[in-house]
Design a protein around this ligand. Structure first.
Ligand SMILES: *Cc1c(COP(=O)(O)O)cnc(C)c1O
Length: 465
């Protein structure tokens, strides 16, 4: 399996290179050169298999010869051994045709653990084999950072630095990042918003001298291995509900477009999916794009679903590349327009293709709070605000897809966002007992200004030999 960049200027890479480098050297995102497929007969056998076995069958199609089958199975088993549910990503039925896919049973209580725990295993394996240390740097709106730190906390090969926007992550998220007490783990609180964090990380990657000097690598949602690991639960969930014999729809609370892009890949691989619904909070760039064909940045708004407070959905570039039939020339043009004018236009043909696979909706904080309350009343389930955005939008869409079951992704545990949940329901969601001491642990955090030089200096100084 070979990978190419959406901007078309780098060399072809194998999985190991893609895993370790995160972003392609030309500033583009790696995509597989062809989409591997899974035949109908094989899909029919999935409903009898464990999560781990399906994970192996789906992902080995992307990993080439980087791992032996035995090694890869071992890594998958280790990655999911810390989940507190035996199904890893269980389905919960809400109504006749509507299900929740719970993705928050990992160590940091959000769906990002599903990918990050496996990435931790894969990094350790590859770096040990090469006898090489690496520096992981990540920007986070809260959940990615915590998940990445949890994934590397026992690593002997990786130093990790996480940039998060000061004051804009929940206290649980912050404490998950600042209380690990490991010498290879560094929480950096930035004076700025998530997009500033993300821009700084991009600049560090584009600084080839710095990149080399610390052996920089990224595990943000632009890392292909993240997307790859997320493809799996679309297969497990859809086949558990009757695919490939019937089509399934998904609604995905969306920020950076990584999670829902994984659904699109599953469809490309042969999983019969009906509608993929993009659910946005008031940062609704993707919803506006589907309505108007114009992708335009707007001022970032802070909402009660902060992990989706994103102005530019980085992974959308991967979809655009596919919708433009692999024309990196067109992608470079669109991205130049985005840099220059803050927007680009989709051609009518591309917009039609986009609307064939996706629909979208947006919801306000007020409706998000109402949804949390209604779900508790109707189904006795406490949900997090991101999941509530998903359910609010799914309920707008569900009438259009009467035939197929709808699965909405539950992306975080409600206790990760206690303020919003309490405000809506009056109920304070309890953290799982393994977090009993979270508020008594000592916090270690470095405040940083929005300055590339300052942050690069901190990183160079702190990496372990
Ligand atoms: C990251 C995150 C999202 C958004 O996922 P993307 O892959 O960025 O679209 C939604 N909900 C929660 C809880 C998250 O942590």
């Amino acid at each position: 399996m070979k990978y190419i960049s959406t901007r078309g200027e780098g060399e072809e890479s194998n999985f190991e290179e893609v895993l370790l480098s995160g972003l392609a050297t030309d500033g583009g995102l790696y995509v597989p050169k062809i989409w591997p497929t899974i035949e109908y007969d094989e899909l029919e056998t999935f409903s009898q298999m464990s999560y781990q076995e399906i994970a192996f069958l789906v992902m080995r199609r992307f990993t080439g010869d980087t791992f032996s089958d035995h090694e890869f199975r071992k890594m998958i088993n280790a990655a999911y051994s810390g989940f507190d549910h035996k199904s890893i990503c269980p389905l919960v039925q809400l109504s006749e045709n509507h299900f929740l896919l719970e993705l928050f049973h990992g160590p940091t209580l959000a769906f990002k653990d599903v990918a990050m725990q496996l990435i931790g295993q894969m990094f350790e394996h590859v770096l040990r084999k090469k006898n090489l240390r690496a520096t992981v740097i990540a920007a986070t709106s809260g959940d990615t950072g915590a998940a990445a730190m949890a994934a590397f906390k026992n690593s002997e090969m990786v130093d990790i630095f996480v940039l998060f926007p000061l004051g804009r992550v929940s206290e649980v998220q912050q404490r998950q990042m600042t209380t690990l007490g490991r010498p290879n783990i560094h929480a950096l609180a930035l004076d700025g918003n998530f997009d500033d964090c993300q821009a700084l990380v991009k600049q560090m990657f584009n600084d080839s001298k710095f990149r080399k000097s610390v052996n920089l690598t990224g595990v943000n949602s632009i890392n292909w291995a993240r997307v790859m690991s997320q493809i799996v639960y679309y297969f497990t969930a859809a086949t558990a509900l009757g695919a490939p014999k019937r089509k399934i729809s998904f609604t995905v609370p969306t920020g950076n477009f990584g999670d829902i892009f994984a659904a699109y890949v599953a469809k490309k691989m042969g999983l019969p999916l009906d509608m993929l619904v993009i659910a946005s909070n008031e940062n609704d760039i993707l919803h506006r794009t589907l309505l108007t064909g114009v992708y335009r940045k707007k001022i970032l708004r802070q909402t009660i679903s902060p992990s989706m407070d994103i102005q530019v959905a980085s992974n959308f570039e991967r979809l655009l590349f596919d919708l433009h039939e692999g024309s990196s020339k067109l992608i470079r043009m669109l991205m130049q327009n985005l840099d220059k004018d803050g927007s680009f236009d989709l051609s009518p043909k591309v917009l039609d293709k986009l609307r064939e696979s996706f629909s979208s909706g947006t919801t306000s904080d007020e409706d998000t709070l109402k949804t949390i309350k209604k779900v508790l009343k109707d189904f006795g389930e406490l949900i997090c605000p991101h999941t509530a955005v998903g359910l609010a939008v799914a309920n707008q869409e569900i009438k259009n897809i009467k035939k197929s079951p709808m699965i909405t992704l539950a992306t975080a545990h409600p206790s990760k966002f206690p303020v919003a949940v309490k405000r809506s329901t009056g109920v304070l969601p309890a953290l799982p007992t393994r977090y009993d001491d979270l508020y008594s642990r000592n916090e270690v955090v470095t405040h940083v200004k929005n300055s590339l030089n300052e942050i690069q200096a901190i990183i160079s100084e702190r990496i372990l030999p």
